[in-house]
Design a protein around this ligand. Sequence first.
Ligand SMILES: *Cc1c(COP(=O)(O)O)cnc(C)c1O
Length: 432
Amino acid sequence: MSLPEELTKVIEITRVHNRWRRFECINLIASENVMSPLAEATYFTDMMHRYAEGKPRKRFYQGNIYTDEIELMVMELMSKLLNVKYVEPRPISGTIANAAVFRVLGNPGDQALIAPVQAGAHVSHTKFGTLGALGIKQIELPFDLDNWNIDVDKAVKLIEEIKPKFVTLGASVYLFPHPTKEIADATHAVGARVVHDVAHVLGLIAGKVWPNPIHDGADVSTSSTHKTFPGPQGGIIFTNDEKMYKTISKTVFPWFISNHHLHRLPAMAVTAIEMLHFGEEYAQQVVRNARAFAEALASEGFKVLAEHLGYTKSHTLVVDVRGLGGGAKVAKLLEDANIITNKNLLPWDPPEKVKDPSGLRLGVQEMTRFGMKESDFKEVAKLIRKVAVDGRDPKEVKKEVIEFRKQFTEVKYTFKIPEEFERSPIQVPMLL
Ligand SMILES: *Cc1c(COP(=O)(O)O)cnc(C)c1O
């Protein structure tokens, strides 16, 4: 029997996607990354079909002898990597991690102060997202454009005045570390708690190029596990506060997850081990690349923000493309040339510009994993210029992008898959 037409179509679309995004594009989305081949090999496992409600060794289902061991390893490895006492690895995304922590720290009707939306607060921190769904009211911390950061003096006054239940720090456009210590001191003085969401910078913290907010006074941290930290898509919560950890764990299950996508766990363990070995080298290269990319774009004539502050201390940079037709237009043109970015609101954009904002957000972490160095990002800046400034046909530039990308197909900062392992005859490799 020949395959149903829809089936052929599904397979074909998947193959084309894999080839396109994995080998033919320059990916500059700041919230994405790729796992190592070894982590991928441990991701496609039988664990994806299993349930393990509860904590390791206290499950509601049998069959978890090995998943328990792996989950405990993830907790231990991540504790070591982040130098914290307690790690809760079960949230299936950063948003779910936030939901569990926000729910523990606040009741419906309570107030929370959040990093300003203009400064890149994630939708889950806002009334439009998780905070809103929990009925917790948001008030934005003041932002200081000159420092591209939260305005500490005004923030402290606001905390004293509002006396919120908790304050969130961290952002999705994260160029410079937020002032955790100053905010934590003021927040603790009114009996409230600080959550620092490090979704974007977890890999930089693991690589010791970004401050760990738990060491600077935050009560608890939430994160995704797939942005600068190159693990499987998922979430994580960490803290040094035992009571908080226990309360949060009881909230994660049964309130916010039932199964926790167990196949993430071996891949998380592999990624943690790789980060223990190669994380510092990787994170240092990410930061050097981001700076070099910003400088290269500026010398190609782009308006890269925060120039007076050295552009960025993270993996992310922001470019004002108002003069080039706006974020929506430029991002689409670049996509047609196989350069993948996202449009982004800039601090001075009104919220209604969300569909056509003035900026582009760019991140270097994934291409750094594929081996790009400072000089390679100069080439990327030139390719972007051809499309966005010189008005070259994106389809023509796309050919150059595909050619250029051929030098960067192997994931670095990783161990090789040992050859002695047998592959199951039913294990399906990625369709290409
Ligand atoms: C990406 C992000 C999240 C949540 O991400 P998930 O997609 O739910 O894993 C949360 N907070 C910040 C600051 C983020 O950037």
